[in-house]
Write a protein that binds this ligand. Sequence first.
Ligand SMILES: NC(=O)c1ccc[n+]([C@@H]2O[C@H](COP(=O)([O-])OP(=O)(O)OC[C@H]3O[C@@H](n4cnc5c(N)ncnc54)[C@H](OP(=O)(O)O)[C@@H]3O)[C@@H](O)[C@H]2O)c1
Length: 145
Amino acid sequence: MKRALLTGASSGIGAALARELSRRGYALALLARRGDLLRELANELPETVAIECDVADAASVKDAVEKAGGVFDLVVANAGVGIHTPAFKFNVADAETMVRVNILGMIYLFDATIPKMIGFGKPKSQAPTATTTPRPKLMTVTIAT
Ligand SMILES: NC(=O)c1ccc[n+]([C@@H]2O[C@H](COP(=O)([O-])OP(=O)(O)OC[C@H]3O[C@@H](n4cnc5c(N)ncnc54)[C@H](OP(=O)(O)O)[C@@H]3O)[C@@H](O)[C@H]2O)c1
């Protein structure tokens, strides 16, 4: 059975992706901070575990990947925040949150999982289309991250 690890699985795109991957026969490790939502979803899906994790914290990511155990065929760095901020409300705190979650979170995840995937095929990465779509208003920092 193929195994997938998915961050940001407690809501939105991540929860929908978890259902779809499960339908396609994957065993799943679902990561996010809201453990109650994760456990609810994991109870619905076969061969699925819920693991609380803050992707902005490298130690939390390493610990969650250890708990998930084994080797993964697919790792999805879906956890993210998109804070809609018009230029006149620009603030460093929001920008830092997005950098921590959207950039460092992905780096911590790949650092913890790629060594487990090497030797089981070539790791490949796929970037979201948002990175190539111009959005001049509201989401400059989100798109940059
Ligand atoms: N919806 C769109 O139209 C759209 C378009 C382009 C890009 N995106 C991006 O796609 C991703 C998912 O979007 P969505 O609409 O599904 O958003 P969402 O419903 O808000 O889901 C975001 C997910 O990320 C998780 N997350 C956020 N911060 C986290 C952290 N520090 N550690 C672990 N998990 C964290 C949340 O879980 P917890 O809160 O439980 O931790 C949640 O499961 C985001 O990166 C978003 O910016 C969305």
